[in-house]
Design a protein around this ligand. Structure first.
Ligand code: IMP
Ligand code: MG
Length: 181
């Protein structure tokens, strides 16, 4: 797997440090709110599991699954709900936990979908953001790092279901996903 990576963007130490800071920020913001952290499957599971252990106030967790990518590095733009949340989030404070924001279309879809359950508030906590790739205006209240418009894998992020178990985040070599002409 490592030979498919052209560069390591964030190693384990850098990820841990930033996620610890995000945990502290969330603990302060939600100290009396018992928020529900909603993890977007599958990419955000590694982030959620580390982030929640750096939150020092009571929280609940739940999962939702959507899809817009198949075996491709481009969003199809058509987002479908594959598995909904089970928690009743009416009047609750919701934190959407997302691995990476690319076009922003998933976040728009999720905010709209989750709003229909009438939560008290919704914010987004994203580990990575690609500002240059946004196609829509979105708010990201808690953000780990901004990155360039490159396809990255590891730490939960996949290409065609591979590389999720890399402990770091790295740039995937183009020859792995671009067919030679
Ligand atoms: P968006 O709807 O275009 O913002 O896409 C967001 C989702 O696409 C993320 O939650 C990831 O699952 C996936 N994604 C976007 N960029 C990357 C990437 O560089 N590597 C792996 N997955 C990505
Ligand atoms: Mg995702």
């Amino acid at each position: 797997m490592n030979s498919d990576i052209s560069a390591v963007l964030f190693d384990e130490r850098e990820l841990k440090k930033r996620i610890c800071e995000l945990g502290t920020e969330l603990s302060k913001a939600y100290f009396d709110k018992n928020p529900v952290l909603i993890c977007i499957l599958k990419g955000s599971v590694v982030f959620l599991s580390d982030l929640m252990r750096h939150i020092t106030v009571p929280i609940e967790i739940d999962f939702i699954r959507i899809s817009s990518y198949d075996a491709s590095t481009k969003s199809s733009g058509v987002i479908t709900l594959k598995m909904d949340v089970k928690t009743n989030i009416e009047n609750r404070h919701v934190v959407i936990v997302e691995d990476i924001i690319d076009t922003g279309l998933s976040i728009v879809f999720l905010r709209e979908h989750l709003s229909s359950f009438k939560p008290e508030s919704i914010v987004v906590c994203a580990l990575l953001d690609k500002p240059e790739a946004h196609l829509v205006d979105i708010d990201i209240e808690f953000k780990g790092f901004e990155i360039g418009n490159e396809f990255v894998v590891g730490y939960g992020l996949d290409f065609d279901e591979k590389y999720r178990n890399l402990p770091f985040i790295g740039i995937l070599k183009k020859e792995v996903y671009i067919e030679p002409q």
